[in-house]
Design a binder for this molecule. Structure first.
Ligand SMILES: NC(=O)C1=CN([C@@H]2O[C@H](COP(=O)(O)OP(=O)(O)OC[C@H]3O[C@@H](n4cnc5c(N)ncnc54)[C@H](O)[C@@H]3O)[C@@H](O)[C@H]2O)C=CC1
Ligand SMILES: O=C(CO)COP(=O)(O)O
Length: 341
């Protein structure tokens, strides 16, 4: 990758903008692609993202653009920050030009129907691409406002990890590397569901003990599911597992938490999502995860409970009663004691 060649960020939302700014601050020219020409023009003239990251100045090296073919042809390193529902549709028609390029997914979701993670979709549509993911406790606004933050770049391709570390690592943003692409990406997708539950509990003024129980049992569920998929449970003890789970389940800045909070205030799911007006990946992830867990017979009571409330007409009281009446279990039963450590 030449220092002069721009780096691409695909997606005009808050995270795409935060990452584009980080790259700009490190001296890289950035093409931030978005589908909406009106938004691109607004960002070019106002030098901020007024819809998704209001009040944060856009770095001078970031250029909002709308010609996707030109962006893909003119860059070797691309960060993909599209909603999970859009990633395949946006990139599949351009697959040939992506061969051999470094594609790094920032998207934390799972595809409905296929249960594929985003880098698995990229792998399917561009088998010759070099693939990586970024995940961790990374609230976009906090990154944009230069709060000290760490993330993980994960790929089997060590040179890709180094290139991403070189591009993104800065005085306020640490980039750790991992070879466990699957575990890192799965952690980022799964925790969104538990953030909805945490937001719901917060709106109902449940106690601090309750929040701690929720987060810890969420980690147990996520890890149990990950192990059933062949993932390394140790990855869930890192930034992309428990790190991201803590921030998303504790912060009113998390959009998934906000959806849960709105539900706790009595809004319907549709009303909560509409009021948010931004992406909350956990809603779709809940649906696909519930189905997958049932198919694989993986015990995920929190996922099943939230699904029952949102899609099966159960009340919160019924679900809580059922959860608390479950037979006594062993605390840490979800990490196999051999094979991974
Ligand atoms: N915002 C955050 O703090 C973080 C977000 N992420 C992930 O990044 C991904 C993107 O999220 P955000 O930037 O936060 O979303 P956002 O809600 O801020 O913005 C979504 C963007 O996607 C665009 N979009 C929607 N449908 C599209 C389509 N069909 N084609 C092209 N563009 C389309 C919208 O116009 C908008 O620019 C999500 O998977 C999210 O989980 C990951 C880490 C942190
Ligand atoms: O993934 C995130 C923080 O790491 C962002 O979470 P939300 O999508 O819930 O805002």
């Amino acid at each position: 990758m030449s220092e002069q060649q721009p780096i691409a960020v695909l997606g005009g939302g808050s995270f795409g903008t935060a990452v584009a700014n980080l790259l700009g601050e490190n001296g890289h020219r950035v093409w931030q692609w978005m589908r909406d020409p009106v938004q691109a023009e607004a960002m070019r003239t106002r030098r901020e993202n007024p819809r998704y990251l209001k009040g944060v100045p856009l770095h001078p090296l970031v250029e909002p653009v709308t010609d996707l073919a030109q962006v893909l042809a003119g860059t070797e390193l691309l960060f993909v920050a599209l909603p999970s529902s859009a990633l395949r549709t946006v990139l599949a028609p351009h697959a040939p030009v992506l061969a051999g390029k470094m594609l790094v997914s920032l998207t934390k979701g799972i595809e409905a129907g296929t249960f594929k993670l985003m880098s698995e979709i990229l792998e399917e549509i561009v088998p010759q691409a070099r693939l990586g993911v970024i995940s961790g406790p990374n609230l976009a606004r906090e990154i944009a406002e230069h709060e000290l933050t760490a993330t993980v770049v994960a790929s089997a391709d060590e040179a890709l990890c180094s290139a991403v570390q070189h591009a993104l690592h800065g005085r306020r943003f640490r980039v750790y590397a991992s070879s466990d692409r699957f575990g890192v990406e799965l952690g980022g997708a799964l925790k969104n569901v538990y953030a909805i539950i945490a937001g719901l509990a917060a709106a109902l003024n449940m106690g601090e003990n309750t929040r701690s129980m929720l987060i810890t049992r969420a980690l147990a569920e996520m890890t149990r599911f990950a192990v059933s998929q062949g993932a390394n449970p140790m990855t869930f003890l890192g930034l992309a597992g428990v790190g991201d789970l803590i921030v998303t389940c504790s912060s009113p800045k998390s959009r998934n938490y906000q959806v849960g909070f709105a539900l706790g205030q009595g809004l319907s799911l549709d009303e909560a999502v509409t009021r948010l007006g931004e992406v909350a990946e956990g809603v779709n992830t809940l649906k696909v995860l519930k189905a997958r867990a049932a198919q694989l017979s993986v015990y995920m009571p929190l996922v099943a409970g939230l699904h029952a409330i949102l899609f099966e007409g159960r009340t919160l009281e019924q679900v809580i009663e059922l959860l608390m009446a479950g037979e006594p279990k062993t605390d840490v039963d979800f990490i196999p004691t051999t094979g991974f450590i």
